[in-house]
Structure formats: C-alpha cells, structure tokens
Design a protein around this ligand. Structure first.
Ligand code: MG
Length: 326
C-alpha cells in the first residue's frame, strides 16, 4: 500500500515538473547586462500578446481568456494595457480599470505566466502614475509574475520622459525592490538610440521598450536597436505587429520575419498587439468571437492566427531546447 502511495506521489510530482509553467520554471526575473535572465542567471525570452485598451475592450479582460492564451496559445507573458487618458479610462474613473487589470494579473498568477501592468498613456501624468504604481507594487511586488510598464508610448522629449520615469521608478522601488520595470522613450518607443546615449542610472532591473509595426518600421529602427544593444541597453519589445503603425493595412510578413529573426538572435522578449475585435488588421479577434474563448481559426483574423501559431511554435521549442546563457 505504501509503495503504491509513493508511486502516485512520484507520478504526480513528475507530472507537475514536466508541466511547470514559465514562472515556476524561471522565477524572479532580473537584468544582467543587456539580457533578461531568470532566477538561475540563464537568459530568458518571453513571448506573448497584449490585450487591447482596457477601456475600449474590457470584455477580453477575463480569466477564461487568460487561460486560453496560456494553455492554447502557449503565451509566457500577457500585457494588460490599461487605458489612462481617453474618456471612461483610468483618469476619469479609476476603479473599473483597476478591476480589469487586477482580473488579468490574478489570472496570470494562477496560470503561472508573467504579466505586464501597462500604463497605456501617451501623455505625462506623473502624480496619477505614481499613485497607481504604488498601489500595484504594494499589491503585487511579492509576485515574480509581475512586470511594470510605466509609460506606453511617450510623445515628449527624452529629458521629460526620463524625469517622469525616474520619479515613478523611485516610487515603485520604495515598495518593490526587484521586479522588472519597462521604460518608454520618445516617438512611441522608437528613440531607443537617444536612450542609449543617456540612460537612466542608479536602478536595477530596468529595461527599455521598443515598439514596431513592421510595414512602417524597417531596417532603420532595427539599426537603432542594434546601436542600443552595442551600448548595453536592455530592450523589451512590449508591443509589435506586422502592419502599418496606424494598426491597419496589409500585413508585411517579410518585414515581420526580419524583426522576428532580429529579436530571437538577440534574445529579446516580444509581445504582439492586440487581443481585441476592433475593425483593423492588428486586432486579432473577429467581432463575433466569444471573449472568453476558446477560439477556433474562424474566430481569429489573419494576424491572430499568425501570432498564435508562431508563439505556440517558439515557446514550445524553447521548452524543449533552452538557449544557453550568454
Ligand atoms: Mg518584488
């Protein structure tokens, strides 16, 4: 009888080890040089998707969607894009937006994946951002799952963005000493070369975002990324897609594949935009799709199918053959 019990325990433990999610496997993330690494110092590449603006597409901010994106799509990271400035977003009515972010973060924790809390703003709102991230850091600073993105796509100068970022980082670090913080830069996260010449100093586990839309952003932006990498700037692509920067138009898969090769060659994590049913080519879901999933091919637009398939393939490959540490 005892032998049988032992056998069952061994089988269950073995099963749990084989099917451990990304956070059980990698634990607390850190930045080593320009590379995102896991708790053992091995480099790690996160691949996943971003929800659309929470104020416009709240129906997708639900635990079943998180479950499907984790188990079916194999995402290792999701991004909760909390709308800040539009009517009915965070500034005008904070609590519903906090509830949506909380729903996604808690479902991500339950599903053992990483989650980005994204302050989805184009304007500088320092006081409101400080208060929001103090609240998030207090609630989630102990969870290795959580990554803070303190400014979606700035349109100000780097001096202004840097000043804002230092204030928000200081507020987070007073509460949470270690979770990864993503910092934006001018021109919707395309001025990574300017960051490289004048980065933020004095804080650990800071990375900089680079956003691209492959039909608009081509080799010139990759060259800026290369320049930043040569200067030891840690890059996280927290938003990307294959059409024009407007979020619409034809997919440019040649350019998208060039970007994909570049990100993988440099061990850069990436998150695709977006899980929403909006009538534009960057929105992955058909209007008729059930926001709770599960989604069949007919529920997804072309970009949704491409994104799902590449994440499934690459995250699975990483599970089988982890990249060695650099
Ligand atoms: Mg922490």
């Amino acid at each position: 009888m005892k032998k049988i019990t032992l056998l069952i325990i061994l089988l269950v433990t073995g099963f749990m080890t084989i099917y451990a999610g990304p956070v059980s496997k990698h634990g607390s993330l850190k930045v080593k040089g320009k590379q995102l690494v896991d708790q053992t110092g091995q480099s790690v590449v996160l691949r996943g998707v971003s929800f659309g603006w929470s104020n416009w597409w709240p129906q997708y901010y639900n635990p079943d969607a998180v479950y499907c994106l984790t188990k079916d799509w194999q995402c290792s990271v999701l991004r909760a894009a909390m709308g800040v400035e539009p009517d009915s977003a965070y500034i005008s009515d904070p609590q519903p937006q906090i509830d949506l972010v909380t729903t996604v973060v808690e479902a991500a924790v339950k599903n053992d994946i990483y989650v980005i809390i994204d302050w989805h703003s184009h304007g500088i709102r320092t006081d409101e951002a400080v208060k929001f991230f103090q609240r998030m850091a207090t609630k989630y600073g102990q969870y290795p799952n959580v990554i803070y993105e303190i400014f979606n796509e700035p349109v100000q100068t780097w001096d202004e963005v840097k000043n804002y970022s230092e204030t928000v980082i200081r507020a987070i670090r007073a509460i949470d000493k270690d979770n990864i913080i993503l910092v934006g830069n001018p021109h919707w996260d395309q001025d990574i070369h300017i960051v490289a010449d004048n980065p933020i100093t004095g804080f650990e586990n800071i990375m900089y975002t680079l956003h691209f839309y492959a039909a608009t952003h081509k080799k010139w932006l990759i060259e800026r990324g290369d320049y930043a990498l040569r200067n030891n700037i840690p890059i996280f692509v927290s938003e990307c897609a294959s059409m024009e920067a407007s979020g619409d138009g034809a997919l440019d898969l040649e350019s998208w594949n060039m970007w994909l090769r570049w990100m993988e060659a440099n061990q850069i994590s990436w998150v695709c935009w977006s899980v929403s049913p909006k009538g534009e080519s960057c929105s992955m879901m058909q209007w008729e799709a059930d926001p709770r999933g599960p989604w069949r091919d007919k529920d997804l637009k072309e970009w949704g199918i491409i994104t799902r398939d590449i994440i499934r393939k690459m995250n699975k490959e990483q599970d089988i053959k982890p990249e060695p540490s650099k």
